[in-house]
Design a protein around this ligand. Sequence first.
Ligand code: NZQ
Ligand code: ZN
Length: 391
Amino acid sequence: MENFHFWSPTYFAFGRDSENEVGSLAARFGASRVLIHYGGGSVLRSGLLDRVKDSLRAAGLPYVELGGVQPNPRSGLVYRGIELCRSERVDFILAVGGGSTIDSAKAIAAGAVYDGDFWDFYSGKRIEAALPIGTVLTIAAAGSEGSPDTVITNENGMLKRGASGDAVRPKFSILNPALTETLPPYQSAAGITDIIAHLYERYLTNTREVEVTDRLIEALLLTMVHEGPRVIKDPHNYEARANIMWAGMMAHNKSVGVGRSQDWSSHEIEHELSALYDCAHGAGLAVVMPAVFTYNLHHDVMRFAQVAHRVWGCPMDFANPEATAREGIEALRRFLISIGMPKNLAELGAKEEDIPYLAKTLCYGNGRQGSISGFVTLTESDCERIYRLML
Ligand code: NZQ
Ligand code: ZN
């Protein structure tokens, strides 16, 4: 196991009706004037936004609001949010929604206390300071409720890039699984896929002897494989939603990735797809993961065989572990299709003729020098071949 530092200070309030605690929690974490940030309208339709406002009023907290965050959140709204925070002297940002809303809130929080262009953080500068953030989560997926990460798409060139820093870890996050019951099945499935991807990206490591995190990841993957189909079948299954919601947080608050190298090439390859075609991140990952894993199989056959055996129940063929490994990738692919995810680029709305462009922006964008590195270093031509496996 490698040396590591781990700091995860977010306070979680989990369970039914927990959103009604938002006012007291914001006050407890120092808010005196709040920006409520939300998405395209689901929180209006569900009545959640009204309940959040009632709770803030009851706690004596004035607020301003900024809605309209799009999935794959855009830089334009971030600039508006930063202006609003400054003109209204906001000192606390409350994100009510999914990963896109939370990520946009993090970008605003960092940008509001920074003299330069907030995009600097998405071009490699670490986030060292930010306004405090709280979240009321409405979809189990990105894990942004417990993570130091944020992903924004710059409309100038449609570049989707990430930034990070412990300063944007939420001070508190409210997780009421019942709030996720209004999700369309496709979004629930995209969220499940994203959580599975966060686990796989950490499982695919070059570090040896990491039994504790291997076993934790396997437990979370088994949970997702068990609970995922239950919420697709019955969107009102609170207990299954509860297990998925907490698994989603644990998958991405870094606790199961400590002390080990990680992959993240599936995410990087996917981000080009959701930047260009505006597809759901999880749906993109459903197409990307089997292709990346098949391409990288020979780098460490036993690692793929291990997850195939321990998570997907494939019999371990010690004479031919590659067969077990391939069976595991097939089991993953079948599972993702069974919950309603797309199986190829066409179903994502992506085009074969864009593949050279996708591989180029992936390998040369964001200061990269012609490759991406994770479990395996992948050059532009490797990435082109991987995109072609998705046709
Ligand atoms: O905008 P509204 O109207 O709220 O609708 C949203 C949106 O259309 C809808 N939705 C959310 N909760 C709902 C609901 N509809 C009905 N009922 C509810 N309870 O679902 C749609 C998707 O929402 P979004 O916030 O985009 O989903 P998600 O949480 O999957 O976030 C995706 C974004 O997070 C990034 C992705 O790249 C993508 O941009 N990621 C962020 C990470 C992080 N910060 O750590 C890590 C991830 O790997 C990921 O890259
Ligand atoms: Zn993700």
